[in-house]
Write a protein that binds this ligand. Sequence first.
Ligand SMILES: Cc1cc2nc3c(=O)[nH]c(=O)nc-3n(C[C@H](O)[C@H](O)[C@H](O)COP(=O)(O)O)c2cc1C
Length: 387
Amino acid sequence: MLRYLNGGESHGKLLLAVIEGMPAGVPITEAEVNLDLSRRQKGYGRGGRMRIEQDRVEFVAGVRKGYTLGSPVGLQIENKDWKNWQEIMTAEPGEPATQRVVTKPRPGHADLVGAIKYAHTDIRNVLEKASARETAIRVAIGAVAKALLSQFGITVASHVREIGGVPAETGRMTVADIRAAAEESEVRCADAAAAEKMIARIREAKEKGDTLGGVFEVLVHNVPIGLGSYSQWDRRLNARLAFALMSIQAMKGVEIGMGFESARRFGSEVHDEIFYDEPGQAFYRKTNNAGGLEGGVTNGQPVVLRVAMKPIATLYSPLKSVDIKTKAPFEATVERSDICTVPAASVIGEAVVAFELAAAMTEKFGGDSLIEMKRNYDSYMDYVKNW
Ligand SMILES: Cc1cc2nc3c(=O)[nH]c(=O)nc-3n(C[C@H](O)[C@H](O)[C@H](O)COP(=O)(O)O)c2cc1C
């Protein structure tokens, strides 16, 4: 079983994670993880923190000379701002912090529910872990998962479909073109004309002291048929992918394949008919409205997932709230916050999807080592081909 835990406060010393269940012998470097970390930090509409961070991962366990050992993989990312926060965030016993104490909960955040639930009088104890800073370590974990998937030719890509109601049109583009164009775009949008409109919309939001959300899409290719299972509710891969995507801060909905649109169509317009050519070609489809998943199991088609992100909750223009100590109303404002992070969210989406697929691959093909996993995979793919 592949699993991970992560920890670390937004202004703490570092973010950390332990991944358990990675097979031995998977080639992986800090440099390739750092590439994804820098992809997460880009995007028009980010606030000041991105300039402080410049995230770099360090492998502290489970990797030796560029290969996983089969033991737990330990990862960490230092917070570059730690020296400015050390006194406030220190683990050393002492008087409660008096600086940067937060008693004003921001609407749309975990602030109020977290303070009540964990009996905190300083909301900083909530926001430090609830913050999307956590997504940096999740991108690092996803990069390790991608290293395993790449051994089987599985690729995970993403692009932005919509920001603030401005849609992208990518209908006639190939996946390779979408991928390449998204990497070059400031908003990770493959439609250049739409990207310009999105940027204008973000600028407009910024001028108004407002924020924007949007929709991104994650595309996974070369997924073998048969990952996940219908045999038990929590083995359904569609459900696991939706869970993983919904666990990212600020996500409000997930669509698979045709998604919500399939609710508006006749069945004959939705379901992907089955064809068969000749042995070696096996079964195939002419459409992929299911988004690569039927019965909670991958069907060999690309996995297509779309995710809706709400607008950033911290606004420059004030939102009404109530101080938890004085119970006095106030208007919540901010000095530094992101305006729109849908482009970054798409990179985070790739990471969590990569992890779920890597977990499903290890479940299907087992293996203490990559060599063993490949042997099992090759034999299964032979079986599928001759079915
Ligand atoms: C990449 C990324 C960056 C974010 N940056 C901010 C930010 O600068 N300010 C903010 O208020 N929320 C930001 N958020 C969203 C909050 O973390 C999130 O809305 C909040 O933790 C509450 O969680 P929920 O929206 O899932 O209920 C960001 C989310 C992501 C994915």
